[in-house]
Design a protein around this ligand. Structure first.
Ligand code: ATR
Length: 271
């Protein structure tokens, strides 16, 4: 049996064990997947223990994504770009780091929600790790333009500067935003605090998809605002959650699971 795990603190609410066990069942794959609550200041030693016990890979959630990045001997692009890792694999005594959150988001938008990204104008609200990881896959998918808006404009500018060689990307504050965004993503942590980014209603004029990256928070303030402006497609991060897991599974196990049924099972209605 090949051992995998998710590391976090706290870890009780993680859906990752359920998701990965469901994937394994699809293939009759002889793997196990557990939840590990590492001590706040003890990620590395708990990781070393898991590797010495024969562990093959882990997922990483709050607060250890930067510790996971630091522990790596080798960093793939998604991790290198974000300075954070949500997925490690252990191969020939080496720790390899990736970060599939951005690719998971793109997959959900393009494949599950059926919203082509090519040629679209995409607005990210927020300039934390989530935007840092997702902006490049969105540019690579052929977005006509990416705008990163943040309360702290300097953080948005840093992301735009870093990615400008990949396509049309610019930074701004919330105040200067107006209409003209086909896809609007809430990549701030505001929904976790039951608030929303303070953008004008007009920002959603003509928008086809409003996507809040949080999971199971129902109709967040952001989605409610978009709904009020008549945005036809509203989504939360359940699909992103399952798709990043499928990317991880494929990276570890060399077969990509089906995600549709699982996303249906995990969907919490947007009310
Ligand atoms: P993560 O790495 O998980 O994305 P982060 O780096 O702490 O988290 O980033 C959180 C993002 O949410 C930031 O863009 C933050 O804005 P600032 O950089 O201006 O602080 C944004 N954010 C958090 N609470 C917010 C709120 N109430 N309104 C708007 N933006 C908020």
């Amino acid at each position: 049996t090949d051992r995998y795990a998710v590391f976090g603190n706290p870890i009780g609410h993680s859906k990752s064990p359920f998701i990965h066990r469901s994937f394994a069942a699809q293939f009759d794959d002889d793997m196990s997947y557990e939840a590990v609550e590492a001590p706040q200041d003890g990620f590395r030693s708990r990781l070393d223990q898991f590797i010495s016990e024969g562990g093959r890979g882990i997922n990483i959630t709050v607060p250890f994504k930067t510790d996971a990045f630091a522990a790596a001997d080798e960093r793939c692009e998604g991790a290198a770009l974000t300075g954070a890792s949500n997925c490690l694999k252990f191969e020939n005594g080496r720790i390899i780091a990736e970060n599939f959150d951005g690719v998971g988001l793109l997959r959900d938008i393009a494949d599950n929600l059926g919203q082509a990204v090519s040629g679209k104008r995409v607005l990210f609200l927020g300039a934390g790790g989530a935007t840092r990881g997702a902006a490049l896959p969105i540019l690579r998918a052929g977005a006509a333009q990416v705008v990163v808006a943040n309360r702290t404009v300097a953080k948005a500018q840093a992301i735009a500067d870093e990615l400008t060689r990949f396509g049309e990307i610019r930074a701004t504050g919330y105040d200067s935003l107006s209409a003209g965004h086909d896809i609007v993503l809430n990549a701030t942590s505001a929904s976790l605090f039951d608030t929303r980014p303070q953008v004008a209603d007009a920002v959603f004029e003509g928008t086809g998809l409003a996507y809040d990256l949080v999971y199971a928070k129902g109709l967040t303030g952001f989605l409610r605002q978009a709904q009020g402006m008549g945005v036809p497609v509203l989504a939360d991060g359940v699909g992103m959650l399952v798709e990043q897991a499928a990317e991880a599974y494929a990276w570890w196990r060399e077969q990509r699971p089906d995600t549709a049924a699982l996303i249906r099972d995990l969907t919490v209605p947007l009310v």
